[in-house]
Design a protein around this ligand. Structure first.
Ligand code: ZN
Length: 296
């Protein structure tokens, strides 16, 4: 009897059926890569809406309700220390077909590689505790690609998914400005940065308008893993070989510029000719994120 009880306590919480049915697999070529540039010429009107820094008991349910009403899927990059208190919301995300990503344990910017590794592992453990599974989706806090946590992600083989479109919702702008920022610069295949964490009520309020405008323009939102697979289906159709053997993942690549060099070596070409511009924008967002997150 006691043995049975111990066994039950050791078992992970049972996953909702939906959590098991959604496919979070990401093509191997994304291993250890930083994904940031636009996929130029991608024809399918799909994008990946992403929400960072949650779950939050006020904002996240509003976002989930809006997505559910429109039948759209998103990706939530979660902060580990908020997962345990909101495990029910994490289960709901998975059950409703959204993808879940690792956004560190406590959102640090300056840390050693060893601390970065612990941040990722603790968040991963919290997600597994909540839903019994996790994904290879990772986004470094603040979008930094040159600190201990970004290095740790690379060493673990995790792709670091940044964004091509920012809602600029860390600037404390209203819902209509957030919605405009997202919908006016949307291109097929884009990853969109938003936040559903504490204090981001404006974003939660903007989501219904964003989804309505996307619908009007013929766009739908899929999860980040699904978007990666769609990119590769398209590239394969174009005759681009995507079954690249992943490079060694143990060596961190702290040198700026190494990402595009690697992509060229892989025969795929850069993600986009406007990468420099996008990278510039990301850098700006990072600095802004850093400035606006003081005290987080
Ligand atoms: Zn964040």
């Amino acid at each position: 009897m006691l043995n049975v009880l111990v066994l039950l306590l050791l078992m992970p919480p049972s996953s909702p059926a939906g959590a098991l049915s959604s496919d979070w697999s990401i093509p191997a070529r994304f291993k250890s890569k930083t994904v940031v540039g636009r996929m130029k010429g991608f024809p399918e009107k799909i994008v990946a809406l992403t929400f960072d820094d949650g779950p939050d008991r006020r904002n996240t349910p509003m976002v989930l309700d809006a997505l559910k009403r429109r039948g759209q899927k998103a990706t939530f990059f979660l902060i580990g220390e908020q997962v345990a208190a909101n495990a029910e919301l994490v289960r709901r995300m998975a059950a409703e077909g959204h993808a879940i990503g690792n956004h560190s344990w406590s959102h640090p910017y300056r840390l050693s590689n060893a601390e970065g590794l612990r941040q990722i592992q603790r968040c991963d453990a919290a997600i597994r505790q909540a839903i019994g599974r996790t994904s290879a989706c990772f986004r470094s806090p603040g979008g930094f690609t040159n600190n201990g946590i970004a290095n740790a992600a690379r060493s673990l083989g995790l792709p670091n998914f940044l964004w091509m479109v920012s809602s600029a919702d860390t600037r404390r702008i209203g819902p209509s400005a957030i919605a405009r920022n997202v919908t006016r610069s949307l291109h097929p295949g884009d990853i969109v940065l938003m936040h559903d964490g504490p204090g981001h009520r404006e974003t939660a309020l903007a989501v219904p308008a964003i989804l309505a405008e996307m619908d009007r323009k013929g766009y739908r939102s899929v999860t980040v893993p699904e978007l990666c697979r769609a990119w590769d289906r398209w590239l394969t159709k174009k005759g681009v070989r995507t079954g690249i053997k992943p490079r060694a993942t143990t060596a961190p690549s702290p040198k700026p510029g190494i990402r595009s060099v690697r992509r060229r070596q892989s025969g795929l070409g850069p993600y986009s000719p406007v990468e420099a511009e996008v990278t510039q924008r990301v850098r700006h967002e990072c600095q802004h994120d850093l400035a606006s997150s003081v005290g987080r």
